[in-house]
Structures are given as structure tokens and as C-alpha cells.
Write a protein that binds this ligand. Structure first.
Ligand SMILES: [Zn+2]
Length: 353
């Protein structure tokens, strides 16, 4: 069994529609009453949106119920599903802690409450009967003031047990006016020893060349191979990895057909830029990680050998995976010991594709 690493998953988009519906039924019947039945809700929740901005609005629906008290409820279900249905051995969960604090409180108090949120998420992620190595990425948010984003970076640096990195999210068309702030905050993060990723070059509006050197991984970044392939050698030189989340591009209207991703993969492989395949919002999409893999294979975007390379890259670029090899290497050594070499098929994976 292959065990996988997921590097790009938002807490707000990780609740599958059935779990959210059950929660609403029990606690927020005002929200279920807007839909005649579950099917209508699932359709509303998972249907494609016209733009990234419209798609991101859905996050606020989930954020509103992911309060500190309810976070363990949702995270337990998330971890259980990831372990049982997705074979995850490693999961980085990302979110903006400020947006889980009570909205009615003044800004300073909300900032103070963020540390409790990080602790709650960290503790809830450790599920004894579903052992997955987890870590958190705290997202700065483009719609939050500088002071809050700076506090998020500082909190990330102080929460080494639970947090591995920072991110910038909220819509890549809005970064431009405050670019100097993002650069300063990423420089601060690097100086504090944090790992970095950021949502850039996701849509055609998301170009941020000045931010690129500060990122260790690139959230999406698909517009680089599509529109600015001349940047790829720099990415390869810096060892930066793209976090490609296929279904997202259909849901945000960025692509109309996932075959368009073939250019992304081909150009990255050619330039030596590694790609980790991720889900972004597995719950919102109702698409789990193994199905992202399968879709890319079915559409001939990649072959088995390339899939294997991407799965290995995910472990190699994981910010908090504590081992030198991916789990398959450990399982492989057990396999070797039990079955004599001459009885093991040595057909390379690539030959199957
Ligand atoms: Zn994302």
C-alpha cells in the first residue's frame, strides 16, 4: 500500500459535505432549511464557481462554524477520513488562526486568542487510532491588516511543536498594492527560521516575481510554466517545488479541462522543477488525494513513473516529515525480508503506464 503526503490542504475546505451537513442538522438547522435535501446542499457546496474570489467565499461559511470549541469535532473527522480513505502518512494543514477567533472581540484580543487556536488544532490532530504525522501552516491573509499578519508570523515562530511554516492566502489578485508588506513579512519569517510557501501564480492575475525568492515552495504556481516558463530554471536552481491542486483549477474557473495541466507537468519535469500533487480543499471538492492522482493518470496528464516522482517529491519537500525516506521505503524493506528476491516482480512501475 502506498502511503501519501499531502502538502496543501486548507482546514476551511477540508470538511466533506456529508460531515458539514450532519453538523448543520444538529446545530444550525437555519442553514439546512435553505436546502430541500442533502443532495441540493452537496450540489451547492461542491459546484464550480466562476472565479477564485467567488470560490473563496465558501471558506467563510465553514470558518464561521469552526470555532475553538468545534474545531476538535471537525479535525477528528478530517484525520479519520484522511487515514482511512486517503492513506495519508503526512498532512500539513493550513488556515488563518485569526479567522477562528470570535468575530465580536477587538483586534488585540483576537490576536491574543490565536495561540489557543493553534494549540487546539495541534492537539486535535493527534488521533491515537489514526496515526498521521501532522503539522500546521499558518496563513497570512490578504484581507487582514499588517498588524495581524505580523502577529501570525510571530506566533508561527513561537509554535515550533505544532507549526512548520507560513503561507499567504486570500486571493492572489489582491497582493499587488501591499507587496512591500509581504516581502517584509516573508523576510521576517525566514529570519525566524520558518519555512515558507505562498499562493502565487495561481491565476493569471497572481504574478509576484519579487516574492518568489522568499518562498521554499509555491502554492499552485501553475501560471509559471504556463505563462512564464523562463522563470523555471530559477525555481529549479532554488529547489522550489510547486504544490499543484488539480481540481481547484476547475472549481475556480482557472481551467476548463485538466488536460491543460499537461503543459505544466511537462515543462516542470523538463526544467527539473518538482511537483507535489495536492487537494487544496478536499472537502469542498469532495475529491480525495488518491482520486487527484487517478484523474491525472486517466487524462494522460502524467504517467505512472511521473506520478511516483511527484509522490516522492511530496515527502522530500514536506516541511515536517521527520524521516529521510518516504514510508514506502520502510514498507519495501519489510517486503524484501519476507519474500525472496527471485519471487518479486521487478517490472518497473513506468512500464505499467
Ligand atoms: Zn490553497
Amino acid at each position: 500500500m502506498a502511503l501519501h503526503a499531502e502538502l496543501h490542504r486548507h482546514l476551511g475546505g477540508s470538511v466533506v459535505p456529508r460531515v458539514l451537513w450532519r453538523y448543520f442538522e444538529r446545530h444550525r438547522s437555519d442553514l439546512t432549511s435553505q436546502f430541500p435535501d442533502y443532495g441540493a446542499f452537496e450540489d451547492f457546496y461542491t459546484r464550480p464557481r466562476k472565479t477564485l474570489a467567488e470560490y473563496l467565499e465558501l471558506h467563510s461559511l465553514v470558518e464561521s462554524v469552526q470555532t475553538q470549541e468545534m474545531l476538535p469535532y471537525f479535525i477528528y473527522r478530517l484525520i479519520r477520513g484522511a487515514y482511512i480513505f486517503e492513506n495519508l502518512a503526512y498532512l500539513e494543514l493550513r488556515y488563518t488562526p485569526y479567522l477562528r477567533t470570535p468575530e465580536h472581540l477587538p483586534m488585540g484580543e483576537r490576536i491574543d486568542r490565536m495561540a489557543e487556536i493553534v494549540q487546539t488544532v495541534g492537539q486535535a490532530s493527534q488521533v491515537v487510532d489514526c496515526p498521521i504525522v501532522t503539522s500546521q501552516i499558518l496563513c497570512m491573509h490578504v484581507k487582514l491588516p499588517y498588524e495581524v499578519n505580523r502577529a501570525i508570523v510571530k506566533l508561527a515562530a513561537q509554535s515550533g511543536d505544532y507549526v512548520c511554516a507560513i503561507d499567504l492566502a486570500g486571493g492572489d489578485d489582491l497582493y499587488g498594492d501591499r507587496l512591500h508588506e509581504w516581502i517584509e513579512l516573508y523576510e521576517l519569517a525566514r529570519s525566524l527560521g520558518l519555512k515558507t510557501t505562498g499562493h502565487v501564480y495561481e491565476t493569471p492575475m497572481g504574478q509576484c516575481p519579487d516574492l518568489l525568492p522568499l518562498l521554499m515552495r509555491i502554492g499552485h504556481g501553475i501560471q509559471i510554466p504556463l505563462q512564464y516558463p523562463e522563470l523555471l530554471p530559477d525555481l529549479a536552481r532554488r529547489g522550489q517545488c510547486l504544490e499543484v491542486c488539480p481540481t481547484t483549477y476547475l472549481k475556480t474557473g482557472t481551467m476548463s479541462d485538466l488536460r491543460e495541466l499537461k503543459t505544466v507537468f511537462d515543462r516542470c519535469f523538463e526544467a527539473g522543477v518538482e511537483i507535489a500533487i495536492c487537494t487544496d480543499n478536499a472537502g469542498l471538492h469532495n475529491v480525495r488525494l488518491p482520486f487527484e492522482y487517478e484523474t491525472l493518470l486517466t487524462l494522460d496528464v502524467i504517467d505512472f513513473e511521473q506520478l511516483e516522482a511527484c509522490q516522492e517529491a511530496a515527502f522530500r519537500h514536506a516541511f515536517a516529515w521527520p524521516h529521510s525516506a518516504r514510508p514506502a521505503a520502510v514498507l519495501g524493506s519489510l517486503f524484501d525480508r519476507k519474500i525472496p528476491r527471485d519471487r518479486v516482480s521487478n517490472q518497473p512501475l513506468g512500464a505499467l503506464g
